[in-house]
Ligand binder design. Structure first.
Ligand code: AMP
Ligand code: MG
Length: 434
């Protein structure tokens, strides 16, 4: 059921998470590409095909410290070769290896003309005066030689547009001689907290006030997700102040997150202001999920800056960010993978819930067990103000409408921070590769 109101659209029935998310994803646009230095490009997504301007390695070189020689000379060992020079990594004048000769060579040094193989130093016996080297084993043409273009060949498309730049990718670009790269920029995201009860730490609290916490958590989540957070401050339940802060955010940022003031029965100042500045684009939703039921989305300002109106309750704000804002921001940044990884896990204890028509996202602590499988336990209190339990959680167990999961059941979990799953149990961690 939908109804049009002055401040946007109110969806009065509960809508499923995927539908709410689709509405948001339909409305956000990819950020225009920009050239950035490699040092600033980690995690960004390429907006151009990366084509190798030259070979890597640029010249044929030695993979070992040893002796460069002609493979034909060492086909019937043992052989003794005259050492006619030394070549190290770095700029060098060319040298030549003729039949019966060898050149002492270091890793990364250009192969001398005429040489087509390297005997590693550990397997060569040098005369005390260094004038000859004896090789007692067979050396084949190409042994320990790294061919020019053996890693990347000039003209290769090394990464297509849409590639997320990992540390490895940045190394490849640097190796190709690139100093910058055309990418979709890191979204700049303003974070605004609203509510008369909110006090900035370390300010003292009078009766009815609380220390504001959503901005700290959301700004950290933004940073952790590879976005640039901008603190838009705390504003009280005052129309002028909310409107000014939103205008500031719409101006300076690619997107704005607000928290508070969007649940049913709220003092409707945030709603009224958002309704007005969004020129009716806000969609006020009640999502069939617990926590994070109230959520609104629209665009504000001349640049149609997306605004995500998250619930005020701290756990709801973070879960709502995960469900709606983070995927949309990733889409703006050009990522193909928008969502957190969903893993199968074993519930090490009962995760009970009641039937209420909603999807429940239970805050759980997830760890790899010694069996190499992810195991989860409840992270504690599951109410929307239980931020301490949220802080202990690194995953959300996805419990469809029903009675929940019994101990030992398989459950789907959204991994909020895979790096904190631990190693796969002591035995597995120390035993691998042995
Ligand atoms: P609201 O959505 O504004 O009705 O807020 C719901 C609950 O979340 C209330 O208990 C608020 O005090 C609390 N809350 C709202 N914003 C914040 C915030 N930025 N930091 C901490 N708690 C908040
Ligand atoms: Mg409020």
């Amino acid at each position: 059921m939908r109804g049009a109101v002055a401040g946007g659209t109110v969806v009065s029935s509960l809508i499923p998470v995927p539908e709410a998310r689709s509405r948001v994803l339909e409305a956000v646009a990819l950020l225009a590409p920009r050239r950035v230095r490699l040092a600033d490009a980690l995690g960004l997504v390429t907006a151009e095909p990366i084509v190798a301007a030259g070979d890597v390695p640029p010249f044929t070189n030695s993979a070992m410290d040893g002796y460069a020689l002609r493979g034909a000379d060492a086909s019937e060992p043992p052989v003794s070769l005259r050492v006619v020079g030394l070549v190290v990594a770095g700029p060098s004048v060319g040298c030549v290896v003729r039949p019966g000769e060898a050149v002492r060579i270091m890793t990364g040094a250009p192969m001398p003309d005429g040489a087509d193989a390297v005997c590693m130093v550990e397997r060569a016996v040098v005369a005390p005066d260094g004038s000859t080297v004896t090789i007692a084993h067979r050396v084949r043409v190409g042994d320990h030689v790294r061919a020019a273009g053996g890693d990347v060949t000039a003209g290769d498309e090394v990464f297509p547009p849409g590639t997320e730049l990992t540390a490895g990718c940045l190394g490849v670009l640097a190796g190709l001689g690139m100093a910058d790269v055309l990418v979709h920029p890191r979204p700049v995201v303003g974070v605004l907290s609203t509510g008369d009860e909110l006090v900035e730490a370390p300010g003292a609290l009078s009766r009815g006030q609380i220390h504001e916490s959503n901005r700290s958590a959301l700004l950290a989540l933004l940073a952790h997700s590879g976005f640039t957070g901008v603190d838009l401050g705390i504003v009280g339940d005052d129309e002028r102040a909310v409107a000014d802060a939103l205008a500031d955010g719409a101006d300076r940022c690619d997107a704005v997150l607000t928290s508070g003031g969007v649940s049913v029965g709220d003092r409707d100042i945030v709603k009224a202001v958002l309704g007005e500045v969004s020129r009716g684009s806000m969609q006020w939703m009640q999502v069939a999920v617990k926590p994070a039921k109230p959520f609104a989305f629209g665009t504000i300002g001349d640049r149609s800056t997306p605004v995500f109106a998250l619930p005020g309750n701290p756990v709801s704000a973070l879960v709502s960010f995960e469900l709606f804002a983070r995927p949309a921001l990733r889409a703006m940044a050009g990522h193909a993978e928008l969502h957190r990884a969903l893993a199968h896990a074993v519930a090490d204890e009962e995760l009970a819930r009641r039937r209420d028509g909603k999807l429940h996202l239970v805050r759980v602590a997830a760890r790899f067990g010694a069996d190499g499988i992810v195991h989860v336990r409840s992270a504690g209190g599951q109410e929307s103000h239980h931020l301490h339990a949220m802080a202990r959680a690194n995953a959300l167990a996805v419990l469809p409408d029903g009675d929940g999961a019994a101990q030992g059941d398989r459950v789907d979990v959204l991994l909020l921070d895979p790096a904190t799953l631990g190693s796969a149990g002591r035995r597995a961690a120390s035993g691998w590769g042995a």
